[in-house]
Design a protein around this ligand. Structure first.
Ligand SMILES: *[C@@H]1O[C@H](CO)[C@@H](O)[C@H](O)[C@H]1NC(C)=O
Ligand SMILES: *[C@@H]1O[C@H](CO)[C@@H](O)[C@H](O)[C@H]1NC(C)=O
Length: 451
């Protein structure tokens, strides 16, 4: 994220789908000051942390350290002497005046059946992660990190680099990856002097199990910077854990290239710390599997600018390279899509939202081949039909929205939950008949005159 420190949350390979941008926009302040230093935040409450603060390990949490204090073996030895210590190495830490809590590297080599993980963040946030199912119920990870016999192969595209190509037909909903990160880093690490930030990263890599170190070094960077920093910055993903933005690295998916109209979607499940990728439309043998690195509802020039700045490549997707006349039409559709969503989000009495507006929105998204965005288009349609008391149309679009949102936002997402409820019982939803009175007053809604 070095190249974009001016807005560090969006930097690096912060591959954000349109909905994920919202998470970052509504981001809460870091939780580091939310609890006293001897406790951690759990389910919104401060609880005493489980490790023994009286032991020698407190040394590892001291913030007045200008260099790594222990050799790798010494720090392993120190950690092993402490009863029930959750990490394999004594954490090395740095802090500045700007940071109340030091940033430390926490490493667990046994995570995810020996795949391992290291986390560079504050103690508060690292121990909050320890409370997730991924750590407390390792059996929930039994389905993750199965990379053998995949439905694709690696291919070298001239002038573009490596990519993954399907070797069997994939249908919407087919899972491509379910992977846990080998590392998580706090975007606020940039508060530290560069040398200290890099020292933590280098120590982190050293603590990974050998197999995970190997997949890390197979990654490609795109600058002449520090080789570890560059690989992380080029390949990491923005995730949110308990509303706090973090960067995570899932090396196996790094070979997925960007497309403005991708055929696969991803989401991050916080409880299992798992990044899922599924096909969102049929993918045929010989077709490259793609995801988006950026917000595809932005106009071409903006997409190109971001991709060049953050990943160092010229966007070559079909909508970036199309004839200027086609680009102009595509950009016009994207503007129209944004405008229609504003109309549909208007719940004041002056709103001009009608089912016809939602149908147009869906049609434009289909023309633009914005598959993942359609989950939002369908949600708008479900809500507007519900607001006019049209039950079965609301149910239909709620179901369509759930199917796609589960692949793009994950099964625990709030929108998914809301649309599931709507699909079961629209009459109980907050939007039900909200606009019925308005129709009677105005000339009609163009929605079939059901009332
Ligand atoms: C940091 O610790 C060293 C001893 O380890 C001490 O000499 C130094 O004064 C401390 N610096 C600050 C700023 O506390
Ligand atoms: C697809 O290619 C992968 C190699 O990446 C191989 O392991 C797998 O067996 C192939 N599957 C099919 C159906 O050919």
């Amino acid at each position: 994220m070095k190249t974009v420190t001016s807005f560090s949350l969006f930097g690096g390979a912060l591959a954000l789908s349109n909905q994920k941008v919202d998470i970052v926009a509504q981001q809460q302040p870091l939780l580091q000051n939310a609890c006293p230093s001897n406790s951690i935040l759990h389910n919104g409450e401060c609880q005493l942390s489980t490790y023994d603060t009286s032991s020698t390990i407190t040394l590892g949490y001291q913030s007045n350290i200008s260099h790594i204090t222990q050799t790798l073996e010494d720090s392993r030895e120190t950690a092993s002497r402490i009863k029930d210590f959750p990490w394999n190495f004594s954490p090395e830490c740095f802090s500045t005046e700007a940071t109340e809590e030091p940033y430390c590297v926490f490493s667990d080599q046994n995570f995810a059946s020996g795949r391992g993980i290291f986390i560079i963040t504050t103690k508060t946030l690292a121990y909050a992660m320890l409370e997730k199912d991924a750590f407390t119920r390792p059996e929930t990870l039994s389905r993750m990190n199965h990379f053998e016999n995949p439905p694709f192969y690696k291919h070298d595209f001239p002038g573009k680099g490596r990519g993954l190509v399907a070797n069997k037909t994939l249908q919407r909903g087919d899972q491509l990856f379910a992977s846990t990160p080998i590392l998580i880093t706090d975007p606020d690490l940039y508060d530290l002097p560069n040398s200290e930030r890099l020292a933590l990263m280098h120590r982190g890599i050293e603590t990974l199990p050998v197999a995970s170190q190997r997949v890390f070094w197979e990654l490609m960077g795109h600058t002449d910077d520090d080789p570890i920093d560059d690989r992380i910055n080029t390949n990491n993903f923005e995730i949110a854990i308990d509303g706090v933005s973090q960067s995570a690295l899932f090396p196996e998916i790094a070979m997925l290239n960007h497309d403005c109209r991708p055929n696969a979607a991803y989401f991050f499940d916080e409880e299992t710390l798992t990044h899922y990728i599924h096909a969102i439309k049929p993918i045929y043998p010989g077709e490259e599997i793609t995801i988006t690195y950026t917000n595809n509802e932005e106009e071409r020039s903006e997409r190109m600018r971001r991709l060049e700045k953050n990943w160092g490549f010229k966007c070559a997707c079909s909508t970036c390279t199309a004839h200027p006349h086609l680009v102009e039409e595509s950009d016009a559709r994207l503007k129209h899509i944004a405008a229609l969503q504003k109309v549909l989000d208007d719940w004041t009495p002056a709103s001009s939202a009608t089912p016809a507006v939602a149908e147009l929105l869906i049609s434009l998204m289909q023309q633009e081949r914005l598959e993942a965005s359609l989950s939002i288009g369908y949600k708008h349609a479900a809500e507007v039909y519900s607001s006019f008391g049209m039950k079965w149309e609301a149910v239909k679009y709620a179901k369509l929205s759930v199917e796609l949102s589960m692949l793009d936002k994950g099964w625990t997402d709030r929108d998914v939950w809301e649309m599931k409820k709507m699909g079961e019982n629209p009459e109980m939803s907050w939007s039900w008949q909200k606009r019925v009175g308005l129709v009677a007053k105005s000339a009609g809604c163009g929605c079939g005159g059901r009332h």
